[in-house]
Design a protein around this ligand. Structure first.
Ligand SMILES: Cc1cc2nc3c(=O)[nH]c(=O)nc-3n(C[C@H](O)[C@H](O)[C@H](O)COP(=O)(O)O)c2cc1C
Length: 392
């Protein structure tokens, strides 16, 4: 039977055929070039915020290099002419195993300052769902309006005032989001030397706070509307951003926020994964926030297998350090149900807007797909720990 899904590797043929007509792709094919060119394009304070990590950035860098410990074992003559990279996540049929990780300043990475909308349009074009951050330039309703047929997720930073959290989630439900991701690793902001050096925190300037400033419950906390005094409104936001006392006793309340699939982001320990699932959470999001929060030293990919085991079959989304197709393949083989892309798409957006994001996603998918073709793993189900060899 013919697969419905395309071979994503065919993107290279498209590029080579265009090359025959003298047209070269302007956007980069490696993360190194993507990063260098985006850094040259973006304003310094945005580069600092996007590229910077916690402490000396050891964890952030190790997130990427840790993938090198694993090698994919080539298998021959298995019949991998056609591949199927589609997945089913919470009953949603998705054409690829990728998601767009929530990125709080993605709005500012676009040349027109509306990167949330561009990301949502890229999600519509590519079929790769966007997990929209709480911290957007445009309100969540306007972001969701761009999703087309692609489902979207809303990421919640849980504010101090539960009424604001409840308002955000009910707005997300009304806007048509299909799942909620609550981020747990940012109850406090991590120590980020690059931003500290510039004295730079974009949200304190009033950026990316549209969800708050458009929220009827949040607005009751303001002496003056943000349209009149954005600085004062941003300070109220800073004091309300996150409830640092959130703990496992609040799990039932978190669960009660929505009937939509609910994921907890930042889970890296098997006991935490089990506790979440036992408490009625639908999915685990294994991530160390790309090493931006705690510089503890353990790459997220090293923690993924035990988290997957503890999740007991519940979906596990993974991110942190994914830079190429091989990383996607390895994360899937180590048990991830879906893999979220972070910085690479922010840089694609900076260079080429919506098309830049689509190019980055197509390139990542092409590289993953061709690796699966060449090494003989035609479907995601074929990717399991036996497909990998751990080098000493
Ligand atoms: C600039 C930037 C902003 C981010 N903002 C958020 C956010 O608003 N909410 C969230 O849950 N995670 C946020 N993250 C973390 C990402 O969702 C993801 O975990 C991380 O980017 C993965 O690491 P990587 O980009 O190095 O692969 C942010 C990451 C970056 C780089």
């Amino acid at each position: 039977m013919e697969h419905e899904t395309p071979n994503y590797g065919d993107y290279q043929l498209e590029v080579y055929l265009r090359g025959l007509t003298g047209v070269r792709e302007d956007l980069p094919f490696t993360f190194a070039e993507l990063e260098a060119r985006a850094h040259a394009t973006l304003p310094p304070d945005i580069v600092s915020y996007v590229a910077g990590g916690a402490g000396n950035e050891y964890t952030q860098n190790a997130n990427v290099t840790a993938f090198d410990r694993w090698g994919v074992i080539p298998r021959m003559l298995v019949g991998a002419a056609r591949r199927d990279l589609s997945i089913n996540l919470f009953g949603m049929a998705l054409p690829t195993p990728l998601l767009l990780a929530p990125i709080g300043v993605i709005g500012l990475c676009a040349q027109d300052g509306h990167g949330d909308l561009a990301t949502a349009r890229a999600a519509a074009t590519s079929g790769v769902p966007m997990i929209a951050s709480t911290l957007t330039v445009d309100p969540l309703e306007e972001v969701a309006a761009q999703f087309g047929e692609t489902p979207g997720f809303f990421q919640l930073y849980n504010p101090k005032d539960r009424a604001v959290a409840e308002s955000f989630v009910s707005r997300a439900e009304a806007a048509g989001f299909k799942g909620i991701v609550v981020t747990l690793d940012t109850l406090q902001l991590g120590w980020r030397p690059r931003d500290l050096k510039l004295g730079n925190f974009p949200q304190l300037k009033g950026h990316c706070l549209a969800n708050y400033f458009s929220d009827p419950v949040f607005r009751t906390k303001l002496a003056k509307p943000p349209e009149e005094d954005v600085r004062a409104a941003a300070l109220v936001w800073a004091s309300e951003l996150s409830d640092p006392t959130l703990n496992w006793n609040d799990l039932a309340w978190l669960r009660s926020l929505t009937k939509l699939p609910l994921l907890l982001k930042g889970i890296c320990h098997p006991e935490d994964a089990k506790r979440a699932i036992d408490g009625g959470i639908d999915g685990i999001y294994c991530s160390n926030h790309g090493g931006r929060q705690a510089n503890g030293g353990i790459p997220a990919i090293d923690l993924l297998p035990t988290v997957v085991e503890a999740a007991g079959g519940a979906p596990v989304v993974f991110d942190s350090g994914v830079r190429g197709g091989e990383h996607i393949v390895k994360a899937l083989a180590l048990g991830a149900s879906a893999v979220a892309i972070g910085r690479p798409y922010a840089y694609g957006l900076a260079l080429g807007g919506e098309d830049g994001i689509v190019h980055v996603l197509r390139s990542l998918l092409a590289e993953a797909d061709l690796l699966m073709a060449i090494d003989g793993y035609p479907t995601i189900a074929d990717l399991n720990p036996d497909a990998l060899h751990a080098r000493a």
